[in-house]
Design a binder for this molecule. Structure first.
Ligand SMILES: [Fe+2]
Length: 385
């Protein structure tokens, strides 16, 4: 047998401009009557929470809303939401927002069907049974939360981001309406778009890449690279928003089936200690890590360079990683993402601590095409400083 064995996981997906307006049809199909809508204050101010509420109510369902979700939420934030949800008596959870709101929605839905505290379920497959159904609506093209079975939270006691992973948290519907992203601020579009690009590139270059994840990663890289700058520069450009939503969807499917590796691992300490948002932390590190690991998978970087429109005849395979990294650095500068960690407040005396912490994230580092030793990780941080 020459074809690598693989498994594949993705939830039901509905994609299209204005598809969110028909959310009531999906709630009816799932047999629910009382919806808990989880979102955040920013989307409430932008009017999206009212808009979605009215679409749900028009279909005859009642809605209870919870919008106190913080960016990069802590487990305490989730606990408050779970406590609210348990007293509200809802039979379906709708999560609308970026990764924070959708991750909370997945865990809250799981805890509506299971007793105990979120701390009981941190880790792999510790959720014993499915909770209530969920519908997830991303308003940023990037996190991939609507496709995956994981949810990530800040644990203050350990100053770390930790995940609940369970097949029971795969959503009952990823409802992807690119029009919901029209009001996203350019900084959010830039950071979440670079996160999506990391998902596509890491899943394509990682050891877990497989025959079904790789075509999705390829399409993700192409669509995101083509549309990200336009979506940042003109947020009301619906073609760019659609392109980013589709690119991020491709990347999210690749992510859910082949995972990320070194970029996400090294970005964790930046998020935990300096509270740098996920997409920015990944984006600032991406070019430096690609340069460091590309020698372990040169042909994959030649292919990526071609998808970015680079002239692959003008450099050797050994230099493809540098060419890809330089193209991404130019894109980051164009969309306002810092290309050095010091611009995000990281200090040199933090790098040893960051190196110690990142070195322990084996579930991601083991997926890197080049397994990075501690001194290599320190060197990457130093170059990115
Ligand atoms: Fe990510």
């Amino acid at each position: 047998m020459t074809i690598q064995a693989f498994s594949y996981l993705a939830p039901p997906i509905v994609f299209g401009v204005h598809s969110a307006e028909k959310i009531g049809e999906h709630i009816a199909r799932l047999g629910a009557s009382h919806v808990l809508l989880i979102s955040d204050r920013g989307l409430e101010k932008a009017g999206l929470v009212d808009q979605l509420t009215s679409w749900i109510q028009k279909s005859g369902f009642s809605v209870t809303r919870y919008t106190d979700i913080e960016p990069e939420p802590s487990i305490n934030n989730v606990r408050a939401c779970v406590s609210f949800a348990r007293s509200a008596g809802c039979d379906l959870v709708v999560g609308m927002g970026g990764g924070s709101a959708m991750d909370c929605a997945k865990v809250v839905a799981a805890l509506l069907g299971n007793d105990g505290d979120i701390m009981d379920y941190l880790g792999m497959n510790k959720v014993p049974r499915k909770g209530v159904p969920t519908i997830l609506l991303p308003t940023t093209a990037g996190t991939g939360s609507e496709i995956g079975r994981g949810a990530l939270f800040h644990v203050p006691e350990r100053n770390a981001k930790e995940a609940v992973f369970s097949a029971y948290m795969l959503t009952d519907l990823a409802l992807i309406d690119p029009a919901l992203g029209l009001s996203a601020p350019s900084s959010v579009t830039a950071a979440s778009g670079l996160d999506a690009l990391c998902h596509a590139i890491e899943s394509y270059t990682g050891r877990a890449a497989n025959p079904l994840s790789m075509p999705f990663a390829e399409l993700g890289i192409q669509w995101i690279y083509r549309h990200l700058a336009s979506a940042v520069e003109n947020g009301s450009d619906l073609t760019a928003r659609e392109g980013m939503s589709l690119g991020a969807l491709y990347a999210s499917i690749a992510l859910a089936n082949a995972n990320t590796h070194a970029v996400h691992a090294l970005a964790y300490p930046l998020q935990g200690y300096n509270r740098i948002v996920h997409g920015k932390a990944n984006g600032v590190l991406l070019p430096y890590i690609l340069k460091a690991i590309s020698a372990a998978a040169p042909q994959r970087f030649v292919q990526i360079a071609g998808w970015l429109g680079l002239d692959t005849a003008s450099f050797s395979a050994a230099d493809a990683g540098v060419a890809v990294a330089d193209a991404i650095t130019r894109l980051s500068a164009q969309i306002g993402i810092p290309t050095k960690m010091s611009a995000l407040g990281v200090a040199r005396d933090q790098l040893e601590l960051f190196t110690r912490e990142a070195s322990q994230i084996n579930r991601l580092l083991d997926n890197s095409p080049l397994v990075l030793a501690s001194d290599q990780i320190y060197q990457i941080y130093l170059e990115a400083l």
